[in-house]
Design a protein around this ligand. Structure first.
Ligand SMILES: C[S@@+](CC[C@H](N)C(=O)[O-])C[C@H]1O[C@@H](n2cnc3c(N)ncnc32)[C@H](O)[C@@H]1O
Length: 213
């Protein structure tokens, strides 16, 4: 393990430190088979969710994006120790890195599933522009996802999940499944925050969108 580096609780994605997009790796070197369907987890934190998903679903590739670099460093070490060839993490600001990361995927981007789970809430009105789900991010997903692709949103804060839904509702490429919150996650793994919330008996607000046309 690398020396323990302080992991900040929150970082401001609009700070100049995160203004440059991530370098795009060679996807055919990162994944054993870069043509497998891709599941993207935006704001993956420590990466436990995608790590478990990658172990359970070897016919998919999993990519976690995270803005706190020490978490990505550790997640990559654990990935290498477990010899997981269908799992990768990129330290980046998803808001400026998503488009370049997906744009030149060899043979076209195989993005089939996206999850955005328990994003930082940024409660103060003046901080809400720091929230990760912005119209431009939804536009990139609409460009890169094929018809039938799925976007999964969840949060323990109803207003935060409702706002994510507003951004997807505004984009005509996405259609919501049902009008009310869904009770179950479709995935065989939980995120850290999901587990803690459920252990406390608190509600989780969940919504699913399908890339329509
Ligand atoms: C509250 S945590 C939730 C982590 C994990 N998804 C879970 O459910 O346990 C939100 C994560 O999103 C990351 N994040 C926030 N803004 C981001 C951005 N613009 N790009 C990439 N990651 C971001 C944060 O650093 C943090 O790790």
């Amino acid at each position: 393990m690398p020396p323990i580096r302080r992991v900040r609780q929150h970082v401001n994605p609009l700070s100049s430190k995160y203004a440059n997009p991530a370098e795009v790796p060679d996807w055919s070197e990162v994944f054993a088979n870069s043509r497998l369907p891709l599941h993207l987890d935006i704001g993956c934190g420590k990466g436990d969710f995608v790590r478990e998903m990658a172990a359970r679903l070897p016919a998919w590739n999993f990519l976690g994006l995270e803005i706190r670099e020490p978490l990505v460093d550790r997640a990559l070490i654990r990935r290498d120790q477990a010899l997981q060839k269908n799992l990768h993490f990129v330290f980046c600001n998803a808001n400026n890195s998503l488009r370049p990361l997906l744009a030149d995927w060899p043979g076209g981007c195989p993005l089939q599933c996206v999850s955005i789970q328990f994003p930082d809430p940024w409660f103060k009105k003046r901080h809400q522009k720091r929230r990760v789900v912005q119209p431009e991010l939804v536009d990139v997903l609409a460009e890169q996802m094929p018809s039938g692709g799925m976007v999964w949103l969840q949060s323990d804060i109803e207003e935060v999940c409702a706002e994510m839904c507003d951004r997807f509702d505004e984009n005509s490429a996405f259609v919501r499944e049902g009008a009310s919150w869904l009770s179950e996650s479709p995935f065989p793994a939980q995120t850290d925050r999901e587990r803690v919330t459920q252990e406390k008996g608190l509600p989780v607000y969940r919504a699913k969108y399908i890339r329509d046309r």
